[in-house]
Design a protein around this ligand. Structure first.
Ligand SMILES: Cc1cc2nc3c(=O)[nH]c(=O)nc-3n(C[C@H](O)[C@H](O)[C@H](O)COP(=O)(O)OP(=O)(O)OC[C@H]3O[C@@H](n4cnc5c(N)ncnc54)[C@H](O)[C@@H]3O)c2cc1C
Length: 331
């Protein structure tokens, strides 16, 4: 086992940290500041939980000959029945609706989410009320260090948590659960993991500088990357104006560490959620575990989600896109 010196050499110094936040707050030496995970003081330990939970090191996903979207029980398309939820969420509002349900039914006591950019860099949030969950809806296409909020939430005791995160964050949580160095409250508090599809994520500081140069003021109320062939990055301002930039304008802000990720569909999550190409108000929903299936059955019973078959052409295309990420070579 290794510790901070190895993480510095293998991840931080080569610029491969993707800002998942899994290591942030596990010790006094690693923090999250202005969109970046930073090392703040000398640590002399030979082994550490930081190394154990880093998804750039403990990466177990992505052989090209495996099922391209990982193990699953079923795949559907879904959306929140509540149209108010759908109006403020990214696509169908599946994530927000499921988190609200899990809190309401007492399955979880806290939800670990990601803030918008109204207070600066998006970051981890511990949400317990409907208002707090709704305020986190939407996608910020940047590494937001959100797992820091999980480490904060369970610092003293085991608390059932629902965690929403990117594939790297789902991987980090599973490593945390598996590591002999983890504290029991970290292992036992991971109650349900809702994963987001992700091709890559951007460096917050570079994106923020770009938006400022374009005279766009934060908070931005919606970011979107419509599916190909659109090839654009969309930004919707508070005045409800949507501005499009060629994807090539922001491509250089993609975090270098994302090039090593082979997981597009959050394979380590209980439920994985993404877009449905050509159907903006729906989500693709992959049910992966019994825990995920039980939450979905409850959502169906309580009338929280509309659930339908995912058209075959969408499933085939999803598998192609996922395989393309598997085959991607780091540059
Ligand atoms: C970095 C990034 C890359 C993405 N790439 C793809 C992709 O390649 N293909 C695809 O189909 N979809 C992609 N998505 C979008 C993803 O499909 C949607 O987030 C998902 O479908 C959920 O939709 P929803 O309507 O249920 O969202 P909502 O109900 O609005 O919920 C969205 C949730 O996302 C969380 N969140 C927002 N930003 C972040 C972040 N930076 N890190 C962690 N959590 C966050 C919020 O806490 C919120 O709970 C990406 C999203 C992100 C953040």
């Amino acid at each position: 086992m290794k510790g901070i010196r190895a993480i510095l050499a293998e991840v931080f110094k080569p610029g491969l940290c993707v800002g998942c936040g899994g290591c942030v707050g596990l010790c006094p030496y690693i923090s999250f500041y202005d969109g970046k995970v930073i090392y703040t003081d000398e640590c002399t330990r030979d082994e550490g939980r930081c190394y154990e939970v880093c998804p750039r090191i403990q990466c177990s996903i992505g052989q090209v000959d495996e099922e391209p979207i990982g193990p699953y029980l079923a795949i559907l398309r879904s959306r929140a029945r509540n149209t108010e939820i759908r109006q403020t969420t990214q696509y169908g509002g599946t994530i927000t609706a499921l988190i609200l349900l899990a809190l309401k039914e007492g399955l979880i006591k806290k939800a670990v989410l990601t803030s918008d950019d109204s207070q600066g860099a998006p970051s981890g949030v511990i949400a317990q009320t409907e208002e707090e969950v709704m305020a986190c809806s939407g996608s910020r296409y940047v590494g937001a260090g959100s797992l820091e909020a999980f480490n904060r939430a369970v610092k003293e005791e085991t608390i059932p948590c629902g965690i929403v995160g990117l594939p790297c964050q789902a991987e980090s949580l599973r490593s945390m659960q598996a590591s002999p160095l983890s504290h029991p409250q970290h292992k036992d508090s991971v109650t349900i993991v809702l994963g987001l599809f992700c091709t890559w994520s951007l460096d917050y500081r570079s994106l923020n500088r770009f938006l400022k140069e374009k005279n766009l003021k934060t908070p931005i109320i919606k970011y979107d990357i419509p599916p190909p062939p659109a090839n654009v990055f969309q930004v919707t301002t508070r005045d409800k104006e949507t501005i499009e930039f060629p994807l090539d304008d922001i491509r250089s802000f993609v975090m270098p560490g994302c090039a090593f990720c082979r997981d597009m569909t959050a394979e380590k999550a209980d439920l994985s959620v993404g877009t449905v190409e050509g159907m903006e108000e729906w989500n693709t929903l992959i049910i992966r575990t019994k825990i995920g299936q039980e939450l979905l059955e409850l959502a169906d019973k309580k009338g929280v989600l509309e659930l339908e078959q995912l058209p075959r052409s969408n499933l085939e295309h999803l598998k192609e896109a996922s395989l393309a990420k598997r085959r991607r070579k780091p540059h």
